[in-house]
Design a protein around this ligand. Sequence first.
Ligand code: FE2
Length: 451
Amino acid sequence: MRQNLSRPHGFEPLAVEGTLPPDLRGTLYRTGPGVYERFNGRSVTHMFEADGVVSSVRLDGASAQGAARAVEGDGYRKETEAGRPLYTSAARWLDRAPRFYRGDIKNTGNTAMWSHQGRLFALMEAAVPIEIDPDTLATVAETNLGCIENAFSAHPHYVASRGASFGFGATFGPRMTVDVYALPDDGPARTIQSFTAPFSTFVHDFIVTDHHLVFMVCPAPMRLLRVLMQTRGMKEWFDWQPERGTEIIAIPIDDPSRITRFTTDAFWFWHVVNAWSEGSVVRAQIPRYPNLASYYDVGENMRDEDLPALYELTIDLERKTCRSELRADLTLEFPHVHPSVRGKQHRATYGVLGWAGSDGERGIARIDEHGEVVDHFTPGADHRVSEPVLVPRHRGGEEEDAYVLTLVHEATREQSYLAVLDAGALDAGPIAKAWFDQVIPETFHGAWIAS
Ligand SMILES: [Fe+2]
């Protein structure tokens, strides 16, 4: 929940309810905003500003160990030395404004976990990766991986056929520069292309297939003066200007110099479910939002007309067109597909059902190719589920041949637990639960590392 982690700790035994699957061996790492205030001072006004907390559950087929610790980036450490907040809305204007103006932005590591070349990183939107020790969750250091100019987004994508992850980072100004990176399994990371957009904005995720990298720049320009002067909170940093439309910028992986760009109708999105290339046509599924409303309170307090629906985009790079077709009229966020079908047309989509909106309870759902909810785990009003992470059970298996891991906050007990679900029988409820003895603050994205 939107509160501080109360007790940081290294790996220690968790109480297990049910029976952990013997073939589920590895470690789940998750991160999310988890330090909202320090020094008994003001709380940040937007959850994206809070320092990250990395939480982890290690499973050995029979028992579970858990750990949780704050991410201590350079900004966090400077604040520790100063004994007061220096950044974000928690700090005095005189402390935060000059730092922000110099480009000294706090790196919180509060958005996603990423495993690359045997190392573990906590990521946020507008800063370099922060390396985390996988055995202690201690913060190692911020790193540019020898290549990152300024920032690295929280959503790099791994492409198995290329043996590489692809990521990007944005540099803000009157125009926005986006640097696109290839990060191979072996060897150094490199910049493969850069492009500029006519205004700075928030680009959270992008489309990646075996052949294309496609960016969607939604019409939410940053109010630059307001941001630079630090006179308003982060909720008021962006304008929604639908008349500008959404710009599509496509980069072929084999020839990154051949950029295709054009504008389509306005929408907002956070995440890409999955995407694949069919010649010069890219197909991608996204929870598509009509506007920016989901940004203000991160999915809370949303009106029905602001809710997303699941759409399939058909992006024709020769004709320079983008067609959006409704696939499912429901609010599904933190979407995932089985790892074996990433980059290919998939059948089953997993995600958090009811992530936004006031009616109904949150649950983990699987929807089929017709957009029907065919299976769901809805634990109740006092439970709050998080992103489902899929762990494949057998190579080459069906799209339901996986475990689904989700961290659940249980309000009545004021504790969080990891739920282990069968991806093919979500409605049977957890096979096992591994209980922390405290609440783990809300997490966004996780990474599973098999052992
Ligand atoms: Fe995300």
